[in-house]
Design a protein around this ligand. Structure first.
Ligand code: DGI
Ligand code: FE
Ligand code: FE
Ligand code: FE
Length: 188
């Protein structure tokens, strides 16, 4: 599936605000790819598709994850907000014909991150947080870091997200902590 086709697919599946977010993530990911030496076309396509399963009902997401344990079996024990990421990768593979593992992994880990993220995974994870339509506390600090230090920007996003979840007394998916530890320890 090419970018234009992917755009039509998400336009059909997502409400307009989420569609615009996807356009923003695609464009932001493309720019980050150009800056940090990743494949721009893959970044734009992964960014376009990353939230494709965001509005699938929980029972459909659960069924997809149970049918494809190769996309991770532990997501179902954590927040339902995590489920659209693995389900999106499954949908991209099965219905959009995406066979590029790098793109599928970038969709799979776009919400949680993980230790040892690939360049494309970091770009999609970050673009999701800083695309121009986003407006949460601290986002400008992450945008600023993204101009010169990709790992620092991803680290700051993980730090802010884990602090936010812990302040709300929510569970944190272990791979998010592992991603945080991975980048917190990168200089020592
Ligand atoms: O789908 P989006 O809204 O564009 O963004 P996302 O896929 O990054 O989802 C982020 C939401 O997931 C955010 O409200 C925090 C929530 N969340 C719940 N548990 C966890 C979590 N995020 C991470 N990284 N780790 C968790 O354990
Ligand atoms: Fe998402
Ligand atoms: Fe995110
Ligand atoms: Fe998103």
């Amino acid at each position: 599936m090419e970018l234009m086709e992917a755009e039509q697919a998400i336009k059909a599946l997502l409400p307009s605000k989420r569609y615009r977010h996807s356009l923003g993530v695609s464009q932001t990911a493309g720019k980050l790819a150009a800056k940090y030496g990743a494949d721009r076309d893959k970044a734009e396509l992964a960014g376009m598709l990353h939230d494709i399963a965001k509005y699938f009902p929980d029972d459909a997401l659960t069924a997809m994850l149970q049918r494809r344990p190769d996309y991770g079996t532990d997501f179902l024990s954590y927040s339902d907000k995590l489920w659209h990421a693995p389900a999106g990768a499954i949908y991209a593979e099965e219905k959009c014909g995406i066979d590029d593992t790098e793109i599928l992994q970038a969709i799979l880990y776009h919400t949680t991150g993980r230790a040892g993220m690939s360049l494309l995974e970091k770009i999609i994870f970050l673009a999701d947080y800083i695309e121009p339509g986003r407006d949460f506390p601290g986002v400008d600090e992450v945008r600023e870091a993204a101009k010169h230090d990709l790992d620092e920007a991803v680290f700051l996003e993980l730090q802010k997200t884990t602090i936010y979840l812990m302040e709300k007394r929510q569970r944190v998916y272990p791979k998010t902590f592992e991603a945080y530890n991975d980048l917190a320890g990168r200089n020592n």
